[in-house]
Design a protein around this ligand. Structure first.
Ligand SMILES: NC(=O)c1ccc[n+]([C@@H]2O[C@H](COP(=O)([O-])OP(=O)(O)OC[C@H]3O[C@@H](n4cnc5c(N)ncnc54)[C@H](O)[C@@H]3O)[C@@H](O)[C@H]2O)c1
Length: 274
């Protein structure tokens, strides 16, 4: 085990989807899971292979990489089969995957390209269904396993520039509930972590991201939650300490989601008016 951990995930094995580079939430999650004694396979889309970024994380966390497009059932089935051979049955899966096709190309919500919209939903939400389906088909999951998917408050509230991604996250969170009921019979848990705006490749692809980040920073009593704290929170959900928590959207946002107005923002807006 790496130094500094509490062995919260000792003997636990899993797959972590979505580490792209050092800013990725999944990158930090992999480091925290490793620190706590968990072992895992890293997976990402085959196109990421060209960037040659993931090797360093794999080396640091003694893990292997298996490429799989999360919208391709065949890729996912062979990923789970290969992982079964490497690690045996799994105790956790982390879904940290998203892509807003229209958002990326600044196409407004009123005028979405529907083929892109469908791709957005497939990559960012239906992929969770496909992953759980593949895990069940290949009989890869231990009873009592834990699944975590990363979400955002845009699933419930309108953040104008989040556009189609709000729909994708609403679907993602619904899949969490729908599977949560069905997996509960085996003690398998599935939850969504609704994370603060975080400076990552996906985050920065949203128009006005810096304004959104600053706004949330000024409103949240604890400020924005960073990627490292998100990773630690994920560890708790993968651990047995939270074994009775399932079907939830859990806000990891420094308190932002329960706020309306803050003194800090009032001061700022007053300055802007004077
Ligand atoms: N950054 C934020 O502000 C923020 C806030 C809340 C939630 N989230 C969520 O966190 C998750 C991780 O995003 P991130 O911010 O770390 O950005 P990121 O860009 O580092 O991660 C997104 C990942 O999705 C992967 N991906 C895209 N298409 C794929 C496909 N077809 N198959 C497999 N993988 C694919 C990318 O390769 C990348 O690794 C996403 O679900 C995102 O919506 C991010």
């Amino acid at each position: 085990m790496a130094s500094g951990g509490h062995a919260l995930l000792k003997d636990k094995k899993g797959i972590i989807f979505g580490a792209l580079n050092e800013t990725s939430l999944a990158w930090h999650i992999a480091e925290s899971v490793y620190r706590e004694g968990g072992r895992f396979v890293l997976s990402n889309s085959p196109v990421v292979n060209r960037l040659r970024t993931l090797g360093a994380l794999a080396e640091r966390t003694e893990s292997s990489i298996i490429w799989a497009d999360a919208t391709e059932d065949e890729d996912l089935n062979s990923l789970f089969q290969e992982t079964l051979k490497k690690l045996g049955k799994l105790d956790f899966v982390v879904h940290s995957i998203a892509m807003g096709m229209n958002v990326r190309r600044s196409r407004p919500y009123e005028d979405l390209r529907y083929d892109w919209y469908q791709r957005t939903l497939d990559i960012s939400a239906i992929s969770l269904h496909r992953i759980v389906h593949a895990a069940l088909e290949t009989e890869s999951m231990n009873d009592g396993a834990s699944i975590v998917a990363l979400s955002y408050l845009g699933a419930q509230r309108i953040f104008s520039k989040y556009s189609e991604m709000g729909d994708a996250k609403a679907l993602l969170e619904s899949i969490v509930r729908s599977f949560g009921y069905r997996l509960g019979k085996r003690g398998i848990r599935i939850n969504a972590i609704s994370q603060s705006p975080t400076r990552t490749t996906a985050g920065s692809g949203i128009d006005g991201f810096d304004a959104l980040y600053e706004f949330a920073e000024k409103v949240a009593p604890l400020g924005n939650a960073d990627a490292a704290s998100c990773a630690d929170y994920t560890v708790t959900l993968l651990s047995d300490l939270t074994r009775m928590v399932t079907m939830q959207t859990l806000y990891h946002d420094g308190g932002f989601s329960n706020m309306g107005m803050s003194d800090e923002l009032i001061v700022d807006l007053s300055k802007a008016r004077s």
